[in-house]
Design a protein around this ligand. Structure first.
Ligand code: C5P
Length: 217
């Protein structure tokens, strides 16, 4: 029996403000991350959740760190990563943020409005620099070339496992109870799970994370 592990789970979208009332975000609800947190707690592990803005109830026994922007989430993960055994990055981090956030509400004027964006840091690429013996699991939400793109991400971000998640349809993906998933492992193995409940995927993720930890000891 493995000792209780420290899980660090990111969840939800990030929000990148244009002005005080407008922002860029995405359709992530945070459900997947919160279910991973619940599954890890149910298996007797300790859990910290770094969440973007969500409307979900927080699991009672988890420590929850609230963030808004990708930069906030980056800082929170970097601070908490050294003490974790397992990082599960389910968050849909915005790739870009406005180069400037206006202090006041921007009033409409011209017929076109050009918004300049700059790239956010990649959290998984940043944590790899701090890594000791942690297990790193990520997600790839894709509409096309799902497996090829997910495998590319797993290799680039040097994860142990990635959950390739087909999004875009109504039956599975963001904000619903199901995802259509394939697990891709760093040893080259792919395990197709098909359409399944986020709750079931969450339990599988926790089990796989424990296996990675056991094999690294
Ligand atoms: O956005 P992308 O498809 O590249 O996300 C793949 C994985 O990388 C996800 O687990 C996501 O949480 C993570 N990610 C990250 N930092 C970003 C963007 C994504 O850690 N800036």
């Amino acid at each position: 029996m493995i000792k209780p592990l420290n899980f660090l789970v990111s969840a939800g979208p990030t929000r990148e403000h244009i002005d005080p009332v407008r922002f860029i975000t995405n359709a992530s609800s945070g459900k997947m991350g919160f279910m991973v947190a619940e599954a890890a707690l149910a298996a007797g592990h300790q859990v910290k959740i770094v969440t973007g803005p969500v409307t979900l109830e927080y699991p009672e026994k988890a420590e929850v760190i609230e963030t808004i922007t990708a930069m906030d989430m980056h800082a929170a993960i970097m601070t908490n990563f050294p003490e974790c055994d397992v990082l599960v990055m389910t968050a849909a981090v915005c790739d870009y943020r406005p180069t400037k956030t206006s202090i006041n509400k921007i009033h409409k004027s011209d017929e076109t409005f050009i918004l300049r964006l700059e790239k956010n840091p990649d959290i998984l690429l940043s944590v790899r620099r701090l890594e000791k013996n942690q297990t790193i699991i990520g997600f790839a939400a894709e509409t096309n070339d799902v497996i090829i793109s997910a495998r590319r991400k797993l290799e680039k971000k040097r994860m142990d496992m990635i959950v390739a998640n087909e999004v875009g349809g109504k039956e599975y993906g963001f904000a619903v109870e199901h995802i259509k998933a394939t697990l891709l492992f760093k040893n080259g193995e792919n395990r197709e799970l098909g359409r399944c409940r986020k709750k079931d995927i969450a339990e599988i993720i926790v089990k796989e994370a424990i296996k990675f930890q056991e094999s690294s000891r």
